[in-house]
Design a protein around this ligand. Structure first.
Ligand SMILES: [Zn+2]
Length: 672
């Protein structure tokens, strides 16, 4: 075939197969075959339109994106010497460096055209990633429109807050990082994690056309902030010997790391001055002006002494390993997770084996490697956290995988790599689902302790029983005074009327977070309609809703069926009000910025505004409509005042939703 003909053939083939992939989910060729077509076309005709076309909204992960600016990897370092060396070899580029925590998530490139989010892509090979626009739009702080009508490619990392990971995903994934790339690349609602649980943190921006006139990287980060993008925090080092400050900075973060809101695995140092960067240039592999410094790995050896199995709220039964006490990352560890049955089998680990454990950030330490039988010496010179000597003995046995639930004794099911107790009446699950109900509905006066006491005495068995409690029953409990009993009853009374979305969320069903609950509720509008759907058994109806995959629809139906008697009982005691269809859009077209300290998580307020049709931006400009200012609001408040913008308190914002026009809403009911 002649050149032009071949090119046309390749272009047609790429377009044809891409169409099959994402519009019909019926690929005829493998990914590798597709890549081969793509690569050949790219080689023969790099500017071919087909390579640069953007589909309408392709399903995540099915369309390749050629990065206009390759996402290169950086030179790596792990020691103080590496920092000294980096500064020495780049210092003629100036004495001013910038440092940012190296976030451990998934890299993302956001392409804006005239300030509108046009496309989002994963890093992929660095040259070519995957189109994940659909899911990137769900990430809470990714603006669909910037405050500036400019073309730019914003680079950053999507991460999952560790608090969210602990609350929702610990049962299903070993770490937040795995969930991040999964959530970006998944098809609608069928992945493990919701993209709306992710946060974007920017570290770079490139301009395909003209760029704003700036000397330093730090100015670009400020520019991003004004444009409405949240950069990862940065620090400038510009003393005579910046390497000293930089080394101290790594030590500071080494300590702060364990309590930081995201997982980080090091610090990225960059020369701040952009033209000096150009002068330094690249080696064959990486730019000379940057260093990705990683924390020394927090790994250590210990001995596996035993395994306890625990049942979680979703019924997952997970193995927790007891090990000989071992310091890792400055903390003495005696319990580590083995994650699930699949992991126990993969490691082939036995009690009495010598194991490698690792601890990163805030996350529970885990066993990552097995070295076979330990010796007596492996147990010597070990101390508990309180300084007393460890005296345990070396026992050798297989890890017994339980047949019965450790909490309720019922038979367990195997689901993939997980053991699961499917009994809803399971003690472990009951305690946790009661706690979840109360926490989701923000009943501060009813905590874990009170729930345990009520369960222990048999006063309460189900969520419905909570609403049958009387004053004497509560005040008779240990450490519960008259006042706290009234308080608990008050808080229960407040939740006797709930709208559907809030009700579904609080039931704590697997995979049904606040957003999915809202979507489902807006579809069915009433509990009655929803129960009719569950009875009829048609999954198709639910999968036509944007964001709900077949798998989630099936899990949801099963969750409702399992809880049917509870739902019937509850709805006879409390009133579940109807959900209005989709948002009424009282904030249609309005832009909001949120600042200061507020009584609710910022993400929750942002979501409420978005659900009402408003947009949330990261900074104040004179075309902003409303600044929502909490306590201790600083420069943004001053700026908004100087522009004469409208400024609302949190209460005033809430007040807008309470106005009759908006009808019953779920807007503020999110517990993230
Ligand atoms: Zn059980």
């Amino acid at each position: 075939m002649a050149g032009a003909e071949r090119i046309q053939h390749l272009a047609d083939a790429v377009r044809y197969h891409r169409e099959l992939y994402y519009n019909h989910a019926a690929p005829e060729v493998s990914d590798a075959e597709f890549d081969a077509l793509w690569d050949e076309l790219k080689e023969l005709d790099p500017s071919n339109d087909v390579l640069h076309e953007v589909g309408p909204e392709p399903l995540p992960g099915t369309v390749k994106v050629e990065h206009m600016f390759p996402m290169r990897s950086l030179d790596k370092g792990v020691s103080d010497e590496d920092i000294i060396h980096f500064v020495t070899q780049s210092t003629f580029g100036g004495n001013r460096y910038l440092g940012q925590p190296k976030l451990d998530g998934s890299a993302l490139s956001l392409e804006y055209v005239s300030g509108n989010l046009h496309r989002a892509a994963t890093r992929g090979s660095g040259e070519r990633g995957e189109d994940v626009t659909l899911n990137a739009k769900l990430v809470a702080n990714v603006p669909l429109r910037l405050n500036v009508a400019v073309d730019c490619h914003v680079r950053g990392e999507v991460v999952m807050p560790l608090a969210t990971f602990d609350e929702k995903y610990r049962d299903i994934s070993p770490n937040p990082r795995n969930l991040c790339s999964g959530a970006l690349r998944q098809k609608h609602g069928d992945g493990k994690a919701d993209a709306s649980d992710l946060i974007f943190q920017a570290y770079d921006v490139k301009f395909p056309k003209e760029s704003p006139d700036m000397q330093n990287d730090s100015e670009l980060l400020s520019w991003l902030q004004d444009a409405g993008i949240e950069p990862a925090p940065w620090t400038i080092f510009e003393s005579e010997e910046p390497q000293k400050e930089m080394i101290e900075f790594t030590q500071e973060w080494g300590t702060k790391r364990a309590s930081y809101k995201f997982e980080i695995d090091g610090i990225v140092f960059k020369l701040d001055n952009l033209s000096q960067r150009e002068n330094l240039g690249m080696t064959a592999h990486h730019p000379r002006w940057a260093l990705a410094w990683k924390f020394p790995s927090q790994e250590a050896f210990s001995v596996l002494l035993g395994v306890d199995w625990q049942t979680g709220r979703t019924g997952a039964v997970t193995p927790v390993a007891r090990i000989a006490p071992q310091m890792v990352g400055g903390v003495t560890v005696e319990n580590v997770t083995l994650h699930n049955v699949g992991e126990v089998q993969r490691l082939g680990v036995k009690i009495g084996d010598r194991v490698t454990i690792t601890r990163r950030g805030d996350v529970i330490p885990k066993i990552i490697d097995n070295h076979g039988p330990a010796s007596e010496e492996d147990l010597q010179n070990r101390f508990h956290a309180d300084g007393t000597a460890f005296t345990g003995e070396l026992l050798v046995s297989k890890i017994e995988i339980p047949n019965a639930c450790p909490a309720c004794g019922r038979e367990l099911n195997m689901e993939g790599a997980f053991l699961r107790c499917i009994a809803l009446e399971c003690d472990a699950r009951t305690a946790r689902s009661l706690t979840y109900w109360c926490r989701t509905l923000e009943m501060d006066g009813i905590g874990e302790k009170l729930i345990e006491a009520l369960l222990e005495r048999g006063i309460v068995e189900t969520i419905a029983d909570l609403y049958r409690l009387n004053h004497t029953q509560i005040s008779n409990l240990e450490r519960m005074g008259d006042k706290s009993a009234y308080n608990a009853l008050d808080e229960l009374a407040k939740t006797r009327t709930l709208n559907l979305a809030r009700f579904l969320h609080a039931l704590g069903m697997e995979r049904i977070g606040p957003e999915v609950a809202t979507t489902i509720s807006q579809h069915f509008t009433s509990l009655e309609n929803l129960l009719r759907w569950t009875d009829e058994g048609l999954d198709e109806e639910l999968t036509i809703i944007d964001g709900i995959g077949e798998k989630v629809a099936a899990i949801f139906r099963e969750g409702i069926n399992k809880r049917r008697s509870l739902i019937d009982e509850l709805s006879s005691i409390i009133s579940v009000t109807n959900e209005s269809e989709a948002s009424s859009g009282i904030f249609d077209g309005k832009s909001f910025c949120i600042t200061g300290s507020l009584s609710r998580p910022r993400k929750e307020i942002a979501l409420a505004i978005k659900n009402a049709g408003g947009k949330v931006v990261g900074s104040v400009s004179n075309n902003l409509d409303v600044l929502v200012a909490g306590q201790k609001a600083g420069s943004k408040l001053a700026k908004a005042e100087s522009f004469g913008l409208e400024i609302w308190s949190e209460d005033e914002l809430f007040g807008k939703f309470a106005e009759p026009k908006s009808g019953p809403k779920t807007l503020f009911d999110y517990d993230q």
